[in-house]
Design a protein around this ligand. Structure first.
Ligand code: NAD
Ligand code: FES
Length: 281
């Protein structure tokens, strides 16, 4: 659970994204793409889920990428090489289905791009033709472009302000790629990870073209073992626990309004506690 490498991947005035390599030989040996860990920075701290972005089973490390948004990610960001996490559990959740689907599209938005990486790598190695669309607010916040290039047959970039690639959202490119595909290529699958409004819009566009769409959800979690019910989401009218039934689901069946509401329940409290505690660390 010792941090052996720490890197700032992106930094602007409001946003910092960091990459940590953490010694955890047992998790590194077992993890498969799409799975996550739950970690605690300190004994009194909350548990947060983070997707395992990469692993090195030879040296026994896993790679985590996170954006400093709330108290725990800010405290995590303050940890240094040589420090140890208080607790680390995983690998958790179902792994992504990896097989040769044929032609598929991967869509990553913001820090969600980190979660696209292990899936893109595995799907490419399984023989798929992969078209990847990455979106960030601006060029400074675009992560893993070079690393992902290696595993993409086609790569499109969008930024909200046009500072890199096409100006606009990932869904603008998705719409174009799918429109073109009507006469040329048949896509079997879309896999999307990013902010909720992005995943929701990806599903709307995909539905128009009748392409199956898998999303990786990030509801609030507490125990991450299916006991507390905190991560519940409604999929096809049924209650599912993202930690044990997911985190991946058919995006066209997700109740997005409910997920949006549940994920914002603690926003005000989080801001308040964060301001109080970070200033005292
Ligand atoms: P962001 O707000 O910077 O958006 C990233 C990209 O997503 C944009 O550049 C755009 O291309 C696309 N996008 C955003 N809103 C869209 C919309 N309405 N329609 C179409 N496309 C849209 O992303 P961020 O700041 O990195 O994301 C932060 C949020 O993402 C947090 O709430 C975080 O919890 C969540 N997140 C989710 C996952 C997951 O597992 N699903 C992973 C990481 C982060
Ligand atoms: Fe408790 Fe999923 S986090 S049931």
């Amino acid at each position: 659970m010792r941090i052996i490498k720490k890197e700032i991947l992106a930094q602007t005035q409001d946003v910092t994204i960091k990459r940590f390599e953490i010694l955890s030989p047992l998790i590194a040996r077992k993890v498969r793409p799409g799975q996550f860990v739950v970690l605690m920075v300190c004994e009194e701290g909350e548990r947060i889920p983070l997707t395992i972005v990469d692993k090195n089973s030879d040296i026994g490390t896993i790679t985590l990428i996170f954006q400093e948004v709330g108290l725990t990610t800010k405290l995590l960001g303050k940890m240094e090489v040589g420090d140890s996490l208080y607790a680390l559990a995983g690998p958790l959740g179902h792994a992504t289905e990896i097989k040769n689907f044929g032609n598929l599209i991967l869509v990553g938005g913001g820090v969600g791009i980190a979660e696209i990486y292990p899936v893109a790598k595995a799907l490419k190695e399984a023989g798929n033709h992969t078209t990847t669309i990455l979106g960030a607010r601006n060029n400074d916040l675009l992560i893993l472009e070079q690393e992902l290039k290696v595993f993409c047959d086609e790569l499109y970039i969008t930024t909200d302000d046009g500072s890199c690639g096409r100006k606009g959202f990932v869904t603008d490119i998705l719409q174009e790629v799918l429109s073109y595909s009507l006469s040329a290529i048949r896509y079997s699958l879309i896999y999307a990870v990013g902010p909720i409004p992005m995943m929701r819009r990806v599903c709307e566009v995909a539905s128009d073209f009748k392409v199956k769409t898998i999303v990786s959800l990030n509801p609030l979690m507490v125990d991450a073992t299916g006991m507390c019910g905190c991560c519940r989401v409604t999929v096809a009218g049924k209650t599912k626990f993202a930690c044990v039934d997911g985190p991946e689901f058919d995006g066209t069946q997700v109740n997005w309004d409910e997920l949006t509401k549940r994920n914002s329940v603690y926003l005000d409290k989080e801001k308040h506690i964060c301001n109080l505690k970070i200033s005292s660390v």
